[in-house]
Design a protein around this ligand. Sequence first.
Ligand code: PEP
Ligand code: MN
Length: 367
Amino acid sequence: MLEAISDFTTWGLPQNRPIFIAGPCSVESPTQVMQTALGLKDSGIQFLRGGIWKPRTRPNSFEGIGSQGLQWLKDAGNAINVPVMTEVANAKHVYEALRNQIDVLWIGARTTVNPFSVQEIADALRGVDIPVFVKNPINPDLALWIGALERLQQSGIRKIAAIHRGFSSHADSRYRNIPLWEIPIELKRRIPDLPIIIDPSHIAGKRELLFDLSQKAFDLDFNGIIIETHITPDKALSDAAQQITPEQFVALKKNIVLRKSAAENPDFNAELEHLRHEIDLIDEEILQIFAKRMTIAEKIGLCKQKNKVTILQKDRWDTILRTRIEDGSKKGLSQDFVVNMYNNIHKESIRHQTKIMNQDSGERKTE
Ligand code: PEP
Ligand code: MN
């Protein structure tokens, strides 16, 4: 049913033009949000963001200014003639936001994980025509993200968009939330008209990474970015390290290169078609080679079965990974790519061997 989701044109936004959202992580005071907004006056943003209720990981940190800040946010938006948006996490937030004429809502990552909360918000919005952005859940679960979009749609909300803000991970990473771009890319593939914007601030966690992530968002053909912007970022009460000044936001936006998703130039199209044909042929070869590799893996499975040897041979697997990484790096392939590819090949090889091993061999299974 999500195919029925419409693109940004039904929001009254121009077609084929990316959207930009900026504003503070949290609304802190009337002056802070007003000055931030005034700094963004000529920046060409479509929405001014500001958090009123902040879901924080640890207690005793700043948990948002609460309902009184809604009017400050609205006044700041009015001063620059830009619609405002805030995060809602329960029905009470929805009612307060609507009472204060907040123009757009978003559901935060910690809320999207909880179907009860999303349903409560969807129910509170029944019959209301307001655009809603849904951030991805903190865990990389595409079904849960889609489920939240469906709950809103079933409540009659028609202007729905997604925000990709990265995923929590316990592993060391240069990012605060790892991007796992394949997940929003798959979301786009499944629901082509769904607008998806990228939140480099929460992916990065630090301002140094914002530009590269923003450029990547556009190079991957997503529909826009949302960047946390504060009049004095270092003094921000939440997410200080990732916020930038309005001036820095304007500079970032100016430096972004917008590339077209398709070109009108016939030479370019002919060249592209030719190269894509070459890629198609290579892909066909790759798949044939993989299939051949699996038939050999099955023969090995048979040998192992006859000799009652385990499928997983750890030393052999270690050697394969090490040598392939070395070889790949000589050929200009990153370690990440080679490791991921071999993990997949190995998984598939084990699947083929397991199939052979479990064929009836007259071998008595332990019951
Ligand atoms: C936010 O946008 O300030 C926020 C809390 O984001 P997230 O839900 O992505 O953590
Ligand atoms: Mn934030």
